[in-house]
Structure formats: C-alpha cells, structure tokens
Design a protein around this ligand. Sequence first.
Ligand code: NAG
Length: 238
Amino acid sequence: MAPRRRRAWPAAAAVFVEAVVAVGFAAEAADMVQERLTVGMTIVADAASTGAGKPRRDPPRFFPFLLIAVCLDGSPPAYHLHRGSGAGARSWLLQFEGGGWCNDVRSCAERAGTRRGSTRLMTKVEVFSDILSNRPFMNPDFYNWNRVKLRYCDGGSFSGDSEYKNGSSVLYFRGQRIWDAIITDLLQKGLAKAKNVLLSGCSAGGLATFFHCDSLKERLGGATTVKCLSDAGFFLDL
Ligand SMILES: *[C@@H]1O[C@H](CO)[C@@H](O)[C@H](O)[C@H]1NC(C)=O
C-alpha cells in the first residue's frame, strides 16, 4: 500500500499544478484579447482613379494625372491611423506594410486579385501590436505616438509610376503616387506639425523605407526630426 500511495501523491499534485497553470494561461489570454487594439482602414479616396470621394479645393478634374495613385488592380490606396496623445501627440511612427514583390505581368496580374494587390480584398481592420501597440509596457517608446500602418498594394515597394495595358486588362504600377497621396493626406491630419517622425518597415517595407526616407525629410522641412528604420530592407542581387 505504501508504495502505491507514494506514487499517487505526485500524480495528484501534478494534476493540481496543471490546472492552476491552465487557469493562469486562460486568464492571460482573455486579458490580451480584451486589450487588443484594432484600427479601421482609411481609404485615400481622392487619390483613386474612380474619382470617388469629396471634391477637393484644387479640382482634380483639371489634373487627371493626379488621380492615378492606385493599387495594382485600380483600387484606392489605404492606411490605418491610431492617434497619439500626451507627450506623443506631435510624434509620428509611419510603418510600411511588407509582403514581397511581383516580378512580371503574369505574377503581378495574379497579385492584383489578392489582398497584396487590392485594398478591396484586404482586411479592413488591423490589429496594432508590437511597435504599433498603444500599451506602454509592450511599446514603451512609441505607445503614445501617432502610429500609421501604410497598406502595401502596388507590388513594388511603394515605387514605380507606370501602367501595363494589353487590350483586355490593365495593371497599375503606381507605388510612388500611392506614397505621395498617403503623405499628402497625413500632412493635413497633423503630420505637417510633427516634431518627430520615424519611418519604418520590414522586408519590402524596409526597402520602401530606404526609397522614401530622404524625400520625407525634404517634404517635412527642418523643424521635424526624421529618422528611418529599415528592417531587412537591403537585398543583394546575386
Ligand atoms: C493580358 O494580360 C493578362 C494578364 O497577364 C492575361 O491574362 C490576358 O490573357 C492578356 N490578354 C491579351 C489579349 O494578351
């Protein structure tokens, strides 16, 4: 009897410990789900070739070339903005979404029909976590900054300015115009008065960071400190 009891004791203890651990994880998971920050999409409608959106002060109908900041499939570009507050109210973190590239008409036509080439097919609400989080203990440096996720839909790291037409289909390579349109929109929403701006992105978004760091600094002028963080954005052509 004695040996059996000795064996039974640790087993019971283990079950008890597991139960406590499981309750602990469940509580933590519930806490994280509850505090998860979700941010809705802002469509840059004035930039769309469809001309949708409100009339602008400088009527775009006289400048049709201004209306072609569009994704691969012709849908309007978009971003997600969560406003800063307190000491971070005049600081902005801009983050390019990553997601590789397309390389030719076939692969870009394919991409145009996915969430990587069309804002129509994207999730309209994004979870802001990590460097986009609004929780001080998770994101101590930027939690109270204005934080923006720039959606990636041009297939070429927010660069390029041309079109492909073959009679039956059109592909838009307007990454440069998407970048210009989003920044123009954000300038009106407070970016023009920023004290600090950090431009960042990973992979294809890291390359976009290299492409646009200098021009952003020029556009914002001397009163704004602009820094750029390219995460895995340099690609060797081997
Ligand atoms: C035009 O390009 C698309 C995308 O690659 C292709 O599916 C289509 O067959 C092409 N049409 C013509 C007429 O070449």
